[in-house]
Design a protein around this ligand. Structure first.
Ligand code: AMP
Ligand code: FE
Ligand code: FE
Ligand code: ZN
Length: 281
């Protein structure tokens, strides 16, 4: 069984629409795949229909953007939550609106030095999609300022750049609690992605565990080797599930479908814990 529990479509910052993503899953011989767009479940229906057609099992999911009080960025994956749960919906709606204002501010700052306008960004954003820096990166690529998204993130768009603006996002422990209340299974995404920015303190990790964290995404290309080792210790100590996933973004990142996988045993636990919606078979 090839199980990949972290992928993105054009509903957020992936480059393929949900249906096309399911076709790509079949081509990559994936048996079970989760769609985890940033702060949105808008792709679930299209992905469900396509998954049935392709014979791929879909785990409906989402990746919730969070920020600690010290300003550290945290992503929490949610599997099988109720997409209509009002408390969770309220938080992700606030984030999505804040992302829009923030992206416009970043473009304003960038426009002082580069020939970029908001219209350029919109060219890379599907209607209703969760906007993020990758869409600004795409505009910079089109304008020949950089060659790839990754190059844009290396300097111009990274968290230490003067063009960077942050946005409202819930505290990670709150997100974990709301995901649980919505019947979802919260898994800390790439917890040791030290190249992206600061990783969380032990205190934040413990707050998330106390709030009901179910698992850690350890097998992910952005986690450092040293970080993975530490995370395995934490998972053992607290009885957390361990997942592995690609974080596929289509052409937006080098990550390939199935490059990291989750065991059938862990998936069975996730399916047992998730009560907000069901896998699509
Ligand atoms: P944002 O949510 O707007 O803060 O942007 C963060 C998103 O940018 C993440 O979800 C990643 O998918 C993407 N990202 C981060 N680093 C890179 C990178 N080096 N290359 C391409 N995409 C990246
Ligand atoms: Fe992303
Ligand atoms: Fe992420
Ligand atoms: Zn992701």
């Amino acid at each position: 069984m090839r199980i990949d529990l972290h992928t993105h479509s054009t509903v957020s910052d992936g480059t393929q629409p949900p249906a096309e993503l399911m076709t790509a899953a079949r081509a990559a011989k994936i048996d079970v795949m989760a769609l985890t767009d940033h702060d949105s479940t808008a792709g679930w229906v299209e992905a469900s229909n396509a998954a049935r057609g392709e014979g791929v099992v879909l785990i409906p999911g989402m990746e919730v953007t969070c920020r600690t009080s010290e300003g550290i960025s945290v992503h929490v994956l949610s599997y099988l939550h109720d997409p209509a749960n009002s408390e969770l919906l309220n938080e992700i709606s606030k984030s999505r609106e804040a992302r829009l204002v923030r992206a416009e501010k970043m473009v304003d700052r960038l426009a002082a030095d580069y020939p970029i306008t908001w219209e350029h960004v919109l060219e890379h954003l599907a209607p209703g999609a969760t906007v993020g820096r990758p869409h600004i990166a795409d505009a910079l690529v089109r304008l020949n300022v950089v060659e790839t998204r990754s190059e844009a993130f290396a300097h111009i768009l990274n968290g230490r750049s003067s063009y960077f603006v942050s946005h409202y996002a819930p505290n990670p422990a709150l997100a974990v609690e709301l995901i649980r209340k919505a019947g979802g299974v919260p898994v800390f995404a790439h917890p040791a992605a030290s190249l992206r920015g600061r990783v969380v303190t032990e205190h934040t990790m413990n707050e998330m565990i106390d709030a009901g964290l179910a698992g850690l995404e350890i097998d992910h290309r952005d986690n450092s080797d040293e970080g993975k080792e530490k995370l395995r210790g934490i998972a053992d100590e607290h009885g957390l599930l361990v997942t592995g996933s690609s974080d596929y973004h289509g052409a937006g990142k080098p990550n390939l479908l199935g490059e990291n996988l989750t065991s059938a045993d862990v998936l069975a636990h996730i399916e047992e814990l998730g009560t907000g919606t069901t896998p699509i078979r």
